[in-house]
Design a protein around this ligand. Structure first.
Ligand SMILES: Cc1ncc(COP(=O)(O)O)c(C=O)c1O
Length: 393
């Protein structure tokens, strides 16, 4: 059995004791996170590349002491994420933002080892601040290879007219001498074969620049912890590319770290019926607590339910507790009718879910917890009225 298979086998045995979990609550399973981290670390070591955590997907910092045992660095997409890297990962961030402002750039420098610009105008505007900064910060430029196999435009940085990165036509003949790195991000929940094609496109359009820099940041979207991902192919691809171009390689996935590492536990609060359609209303909301379900959109897996409706079985929509009419999804079927108080457990609700929540409607925000197989449930954060009020003025 390969290393990857044994990791995936372990992932099947998620052991969170749901009856102990208050509702609503996101629960991260420590062992599943460790399994992902171990796999990511093994890729990093085998390929001789750097792999760092993209906070935009996962920034539940109470879990960072666990992350740091395997992966010490992170990538930040804003001033606050850069500071979080310093305070809670204990390291300087690789920072990239579509646009920096004068107000925040000195703080960005303070907390960053690497700063990537989205355009040459931003690079020129902030170069004097970088030059007069007390410590060296390695600078990069984001390129846009205009090649991506991501089908959802919302997640495709290479869609026509995209604001992400510099296209080949707009590159100068030679990079400014202060630019030490190139950054691209074109993948989303992708495999190593998508990466291979992207690298071919980059070699075709940007070869002369690859010779001028020290490092290449391959962005995120490398879903190496998904079942069936061809790890050996990724490792070989990275080794060959690194040797060919003599570059330091950096990968900054987010989803891969927290992929299938936990759940959102909610409860049925009421059941309503309208023209034969039954909706179980929950103490959680799709729009506020699982926004990607509506944005992407995708139908989340619900533990113990039939993912598609089954004729003859009790069948429901699940409805959020906000007053947005579209705050529902469905249908799922159960073997027994649902009743008030039943726990509804949404699978795989850690990456991008926790970071994207809102306090829309003032609905209570789910607590955050970490499940450890030996120590049990640790509720690391609960939210109350003051959190809601504090955001509003
Ligand atoms: C610049 C950049 N780096 C890294 C990531 C992380 O990607 P993922 O979580 O899909 O691995 C993203 C996601 O949007 C990104 O925009």
């Amino acid at each position: 059995m390969s290393y990857l298979c044994s990791v995936i086998e372990k992932q099947k045995t998620m052991s969170i004791q749901i009856q102990q979990v208050p509702s609503p609550c996101y629960v991260l399973d420590e062992q599943l996170l460790r399994n992902n981290l171990a796999l990511i670390k093994s890729v990093k070591e085998r390929a001789g590349v750097d792999i760092i955590l993209a906070f935009k997907a996962f920034s539940m910092w109470s879990a960072f002491p666990i992350v740091r045992e395997y992966i010490p660095y992170s990538t930040a997409s804003s001033i606050h994420e850069a500071r979080l890297a310093f305070e809670e990962m204990g390291s300087l961030a690789h920072t990239y933002s579509p646009a920096y402002t004068e107000k925040e750039f000195s703080t960005i420098l303070k907390y960053s080892s690497h700063v990537t610009f989205n355009s040459f105008t931003q690079f020129e505007r902030f170069l004097p601040m970088v030059k007069s900064f007390e410590r060296k910060v390695s600078l990069g430029i984001r390129i846009n290879p205009e090649f991506s196999e991501v089908e959802t435009d919302l997640y495709n940085p290479c869609a026509p007219g995209s604001r992400m990165g510099v296209i080949a036509d707009q590159m100068p003949d030679e990079l400014p001498k202060e630019i030490e790195g190139i950054h691209f991000h074109t993948l989303c929940e992708s495999n190593s074969y998508n990466l291979e094609k992207t690298l071919e496109a980059i070699e075709q359009k940007f070869a002369k620049y690859l010779k001028q820099v020290k490092w290449l940041n391959m962005g995120g979207g490398h879903l190496m912890t998904r079942k069936g991902y061809d790890i050996d192919h990724l490792v070989n691809l990275l080794i060959k590319f690194k040797e060919k171009w003599n570059l330091e390689l950096i990968l900054e996935p987010g989803s891969a770290f927290a992929w299938e590492t936990g759940v959102l536990v909610s409860s049925v609060v009421d059941i309503v019926e309208n023209h034969g359609i039954k909706t179980a209303i929950l103490d959680a909301s799709f729009t506020a607590h699982m926004p990607d379900c509506l944005e992407m959109p995708y139908k989340p897996r619900v533990r113990g339910a039939h993912q598609e409706p089954v004729a003859g079985k009790p069948t429901y929509r699940l409805g959020g507790n906000s007053c947005l009419s579209g705050d529902f999804m469905g249908f799922w079927s159960w073997d027994e009718p649902l009743k008030v108080g039943d726990k509804i457990v949404f699978e795989d609700m850690i990456h991008y879910t926790i970071v994207k929540t809102t306090m829309f409607n003032g609905v209570p925000h789910p607590a955050l917890a970490i499940w450890n197989d030996q120590k049990g449930l640790n509720i690391v954060r609960e939210y109350g009225y003051e959190d809601y009020k504090g955001r509003m003025s």
